[in-house]
Design a protein around this ligand. Structure first.
Ligand SMILES: NC(=O)c1ccc[n+]([C@@H]2O[C@H](COP(=O)([O-])OP(=O)(O)OC[C@H]3O[C@@H](n4cnc5c(N)ncnc54)[C@H](O)[C@@H]3O)[C@@H](O)[C@H]2O)c1
Length: 355
């Protein structure tokens, strides 16, 4: 088999991680780039040596030489592009979140089932962090026992990126769908992917984007505009699973919080673990509580290595040598949780899912 020819759709910030990782994979040729901003597509094509660039994803998908695509566009376009790509016979790596709604997620799932065995991998990149992979081995070996509780916080005091991130129409929501998706998935994956039973959540829009704040910098989207913001500032939720386990989560773009927080933990009946800010395993031996720190290169999520491993895994799946560890069904289940939090917040009720 020759090199896998890849097209990258959406040539903004995160596409850099995809391009760099494909570039470092010797089984891949970056063949084409697409962006509605044609200049951006051209620039990335030149930078990464792609033969072609397009303004319309339809034109990229019509290129029969392309085997696989990365979708790195705004969230509101993920579903239509993923479905069109599968129809065109391409394998798909779609950035998180899978899409904006459960209905869209189910449509994508249907397209994967009808694709004659194409891979669709959801970009749950934190599954590929070394800290996650090491902990997963401990969990699979039974070291933590049955995991019945998980807790995740991803809190920014000031960090609404603006642009499309702050436009609910294009993003589907704020910190919950942007940051929450990562930490909810991380917990859920390590918990053994139990079926979601119910969700109770709250989303608040009390502070806005705090564009008045001085002397503190934060990441801004290219088209930042302080006057545009239709997404929540923060959200929290308790998610119950059919096996009795539960997950508590809170996330924010803006909040009166003393310190920016990234904390993810799972708790089992034999041991617990902190994944972020740094991997640590907590257990009990000889009637003593033991905190064990693995001797590994990165105890926290390493962005560059995480993306490289995500892309390498995708390429292996495209070559037919493995099944993706991040399939469409997982994207659907996570979408149910995210949509459930928003619905619960709007209705003031706990949302129950049918078996
Ligand atoms: N895995 C991660 O850690 C991570 C981090 C950041 C962003 N993301 C995800 O990646 C996606 C892109 O985010 P970003 O930060 O790169 O945004 P961005 O705004 O920097 O880039 C998005 C690009 O997509 C282009 N685009 C939009 N609609 C298009 C269409 N229909 N066809 C072609 N191009 C189109 C835009 O012109 C823009 O250049 C989002 O889904 C986001 O949630 C993931």
């Amino acid at each position: 088999m020759g090199k896998i020819k890849v097209g990258v759709i959406g040539a903004g910030s995160i596409s850099e991680m995809h391009f760099d990782s494909y570039k470092h994979n010797q089984d891949v040729e970056i063949h084409a780039v697409c962006d509605i901003n044609e200049e951006r597509a051209k620039e990335k094509a030149e930078k990464y040596g792609a033969e072609k660039f397009f303004k319309s994803y339809h034109d990229l998908l019509a290129d029969t030489e392309i085997d696989a695509v990365s979708i790195c566009t705004w969230n509101n376009t993920h579903a239509e592009i993923a479905i069109a790509a599968l129809h065109a016979g391409k394998h798909v790596l779609v950035e998180k979140p899978l899409c904006k709604t459960v209905e869209e997620a189910l449509e994508i799932e249907k397209a994967v089932k009808n694709s004659g065995g194409k891979t669709l991998q959801v970009g749950f990149v934190r599954r590929f962090g070394t800290n996650t992979q090491v902990l997963k081995e401990f969990i699979d070996a039974g070291e933590l026992g049955e995991i019945y509780y998980a807790k995740a916080s991803c809190l920014r005091a000031l960090g609404n990126p603006g642009g499309w991130f702050a436009d609910k129409e294009r993003s589907g929501g704020g910190p919950l769908i942007d940051l929450g998706v990562h930490v909810i998935d991380l917990c859920w994956y390590l918990m053994g992917k139990p079926k979601v039973k119910s969700v109770s959540g709250n989303a608040y829009s009390n502070l806005g984007n705090r564009s008045n704040v001085k002397n503190k910098s934060f990441y801004k989207a290219a088209d930042y505009d302080p006057d545009t913001n239709t997404v929540e500032d923060m959200a929290n939720a308790i998610i119950r699973f059919e096996n009795g386990a539960s997950l508590m989560v809170d996330v924010s773009f803006t909040l009166h919080v003393k310190k920016e927080t990234m904390a993810v933990s799972v708790f089992g009946d034999k041991g617990g673990a902190e994944i972020e800010p740094e991997l640590e395993i907590i257990t009990e031996r000889n009637n003593t509580i033991l905190n064990a720190t693995p001797q590994i290169d990165e105890l926290s999520f390493d962005f560059v290595k995480g993306f490289q491993k995500e892309i390498n895994h995708f390429v292996t799946c495209v070559k037919g040598e493995a099944e993706t560890i991040s399939p469409v069904e997982d994207g659907v289940e996570i979408m149910k949780m995210l949509a459930g939090v928003y619905e619960s917040s709007e209705t003031g009720k706990e949302i129950h899912f049918n078996k």
